[in-house]
Design a protein around this ligand. Structure first.
Ligand code: PLP
Length: 439
């Protein structure tokens, strides 16, 4: 249930503005002294934000033991998302995943985890000294993208590892694809297993309407969201929500305090307050305006011969309309398209062998005609100038629905390492994670 009551308020942001309005004399950290020490060109960039870059002064509360405006802001956040308790995070979903996992997982616990997860999930499992069982995702071959895990895979893995203590999934994936999470959560809950969700890319799902259902709504016990990815929040600003089923609240709080800075950024926290406000104000009319604008944008793009959109020709996954997956209809790789776009100062979120991914705003698109015209020119030029075949050798190994580590994390730490050429690495234990990055 989403509580809209009082969602007009932005207590933390308001208090910071009030504080800045006092023209405070800073005899405290941070050292820029509300921006006074910026003197050159940077001053114009930092000046305004520096005025609210305060610290834990009287009246500004303390993220680690909130009793005032931060507590109020977090309570509003929980209300907006229908969570039992919500936290502001100042070190991204990265810290949320670490704390969520450390809170719920004990040393030696068997934990199911979606194989195509973010490295922070893997790092969390390593820190917790868990025994992960990696669940293979479903693959959309047209788009060459790994999606979510099927219920069948979870059932098969559970038949083999019935002493599973927690399940961790990524929902949606980077490309905005979602899957039958509800059934999986039910399966886990019927067996008293907590479900932890990395919903880094879905902080906006609870706006409802055309967006997929949020993991919290689907019953997840704990959910981490990068507010900065799809809501108007500053980079690193994220949320962590737990519902009443989550039994590890005190441990979670402990780990959040342990892992986050003792000087959390007030601009980031204020932006989290404002991002929650933005989300809570979204009503049916605004959603309709967004849909209309996206449809118009997509229709225009689909008229360009050289562009192929994921649109609805993938039956395997539902997708988040904020994510637009674009391919060249003529076989130019996503990496090359990205390069061509960047030479015109258009920066997509990511590229892979086949696709480029655009993240659209949670608002009607401005200047869509201009963007479309520019894209049309770029795609056409890319075809004339830089056509190259996509690597046909991409192989998706889906032979194993689940797998485990070759040895425990502790054993791995004590092993010696040796460098070998890639082709000779087959059958060896990888000494470090090999993860495409960025993003
Ligand atoms: C699925 C997923 N989880 C977690 C993260 C980490 O999020 P953050 O950048 O907010 O730390 C990312 C970052 O890209 C991600 O894609």
């Amino acid at each position: 249930m989403v509580i809209r009551m009082d969602q007009q308020q932005t207590p933390l942001y308001d208090r910071l503005v009030l504080h800045a309005g006092k023209k405070p004399v800073s005899l405290h950290v941070p050292g820029h002294k509300y921006g006074l020490l910026f003197s050159g060109e940077e001053r114009s960039f930092f000046r305004d934000i520096a005025r609210i870059d305060a610290t834990e002064l009287s009246g500004l509360d303390d993220l680690h033991e909130p009793e005032g405006v931060i507590k109020e802001a977090e309570t509003l956040l929980a209300g907006a998302y229908g969570a039992e308790k919500s936290f502001f995070l100042v070190n991204g979903s990265t810290v949320g995943n670490l704390a969520m996992i450390l809170g719920a997982v004990n040393e030696g616990d068997t934990v199911f985890v979606q194989r195509n997860c973010h490295k922070s999930v893997l790092n969390g499992l390593q820190l917790a000294k868990a025994r992960p069982v990696f669940l293979g995702p479903e693959i959309d071959k047209t788009w060459g993208v790994a999606g979510g895990v099927s219920l069948q895979t979870v059932e098969e893995a559970f038949a083999r590892y019935p002493y599973c203590r927690a399940m961790i999934f990524t929902y949606p994936n980077y490309y905005g694809m979602v899957y039958e999470l509800h059934e999986i959560i039910e399966f886990a809950h019927d067996r008293e297993i907590p479900v932890l969700i990395d919903e880094a890319h879905g902080a906006h799902f609870s706006a409802g309407g055309m967006f997929p259902r949020s993991a919290l709504e689907l019953g997840a016990d704990a959910v981490v969201q990068s507010a900065h990815k799809t809501l108007p929040a500053m980079t690193m600003g994220s949320y962590l929500h737990v519902n009443e089923r989550y039994r590890f609240y005190e441990r979670l709080k402990h780990y959040l305090t342990l892992l986050q800075s003792s000087s959390p950024s007030y601009p980031i926290m204020a932006s989290l307050d404002l991002a929650r406000f933005y989300l809570a104000q979204i009503d049916r009319d605004f959603i309709n305006m967004i849909i209309e604008s996206f449809l118009e944008f997509e229709t225009k793009l689909m008229k360009i011969e050289e562009i192929r959109l994921i649109n609805n020709d993938s039956n395997l996954f539902l997708r988040d309309p904020l994510k637009l997956i674009v391919q060249s209809a003529l076989g130019i790789s996503g990496f090359q398209l990205q390069q061509a776009l960047e030479t015109h100062a258009i920066y997509p979120e990511l590229a892979d062998e086949l696709n480029v991914l655009f993240v659209l705003p949670l608002a009607p698109i401005k200047n869509s005609e201009t963007i479309v015209q520019t894209l049309a020119r770029i795609f056409a030029k890319a075809i004339n100038g830089t056509r190259r075949q996509i690597d046909e050798n991409i192989v998706f190994d889906v032979s194993k629905p689940y797998s485990t580590l070759a040895c425990s994390y502790q054993e791995m730490m004590n092993m010696s390492q040796v460098s070998v050429p890639f082709h000779r690495a087959v059958g060896e234990v990888s000494a470090e994670a090999v993860i495409p990055y960025p993003p």
